[in-house]
Design a protein around this ligand. Structure first.
Ligand SMILES: [Fe+2]
Length: 356
């Protein structure tokens, strides 16, 4: 899927830094391969690094996004053959390992394989953020409209859903794959609240902008006649009023909720509502919550501090759900995404709640 995503792109496009806050796609590709090599080939397989010091340039913490195009990263055919080489060795190692009943917590139930798969799938979404900026990108495959994404609750009555107060189980249980930050599962007491059945639409956002002078979402422009158009992948189209608003930041999302006489949900309210069945919480837009990204009580970093632990704190806000660009394999109600409150390159939208 990763290779199909970049299939329509030239090497020059893969090597272009389109934005200071997104990596050139060539870096993402090399990093996906290197992360797989690090964990599945070196750590699990006990093999020596394939390409000396290469790993240093693909360390996401050491190399901020704005610097990544200056690094001596792999490009072109070198990059493609490195990725192939990693996958070949990964499959060799996989033949040798024992996953069932392993004493090694990395191998138990295939955890580290799920981790590497989830990592690659999540990078596909980051890569799609950048693909928005590539002129005339034509996907190698298009899904016919319809299917599960047609499921929509927009326009359904009532427009809100009452969630009873009480203790709710939050977070992932022991079984199955989840990130360290989703665990341990614990009970959170919630007061009753009412949640919108659908995310805020473009029509709602336009009303908010007209009323308050708020900023348009990323990629929007005036069409000359007073309306709004949106440009993605070099194509400019009228803004579809009925679609969820996307590419708005946390600050604006909070302001919207206040303007609407509501507020953003906490991430716990969001998860409780997702379990209670407020529909259309998945596969449209990520939804900003009012919660800071913090460790759950009893949190243990696994398998390394740099996945979640170094990001805990009030500077990052939690987003919940998933977007149209999220791969199926990483969508779950307990998943916690996070970003800085001023960021809007992610496929981020808004859903409001109200106290009752
Ligand atoms: Fe990564």
């Amino acid at each position: 899927m990763t290779l199909r995503l970049v299939e329509p792109l030239t090497d020059e496009q893969l090597n272009t830094a389109y934005s200071d806050i997104l990596s050139p796609l060539a870096w993402d590709l090399g990093h996906i391969g290197n992360f797989e090599e690090l964990w599945l080939v070196q750590t699990i397989g006990g093999r020596e690094p394939m390409d000396g010091e290469l790993g240093r340039f693909y360390d996401a913490i050491e190399n901020p996004r704005s610097t990544r195009n200056e690094l001596p990263i792999l490009r072109g055919d070198e990059l493609r053959s490195y990725m192939e080489g990693v996958r070949e060795r990964t499959l060799e190692v996989l033949d040798e390992v024992e996953l069932e009943d392993s004493d090694d917590s990395l191998l138990r139930d295939g955890f580290v394989y799920e981790l590497i798969l989830a990592h690659e799938l999540q990078h596909n979404e980051t890569m799609l953020q950048l693909v928005q900026m590539v002129e005339r990108y034509e996907p190698a495959e298009r899904h016919a409209p319809g299917g599960e994404h047609e499921l929509s609750v927009r326009g359904q009555s009532p427009h809100t859903l009452l969630i009873e107060g009480g203790g709710y189980e939050i977070g992932a249980d022991e079984g199955g794959f989840a990130y360290d930050n989703e665990r341990p599962r614990h009970i959170v007491d919630l007061a009753p609240f009412e949640i919108d059945r659908a995310p805020v639409t473009n029509a709602g956002w336009i009303e908010f902008m007209e009323d308050t002078g708020a900023e348009p979402p990323l990629y929007w422009q005036r069409n000359g006649g007073g309306g709004w158009v949106r440009t993605a992948m070099g194509e400019t189209r009228d803004v579809d009023q009925s679609q969820p608003v996307v590419h708005v930041d946390h600050v604006a999302a909070t302001a919207f909720a206040e303007w609407a006489g509501k507020r953003l949900p906490t991430e716990f309210e969001w998860e409780a509502a997702a379990r209670a069945g407020a529909l259309a919480m998945m596969g449209e837009v990520w939804e900003w919550t009012s919660s800071d990204f913090q460790a759950y009580p009893g949190f243990e970093a696994f398998p390394y501090d740099e996945y979640s632990k170094v990001f805990f704190g009030p500077e990052h806000k939690v987003l919940r759900g998933s977007s149209w660009a999220t791969r199926q394999g990483v969508i779950r109600t307990t998943f916690r995404n996070w970003d800085l409150p001023q960021r809007r390159q992610i496929f981020s939208g808004v859903r409001c709640v109200r106290d009752v």
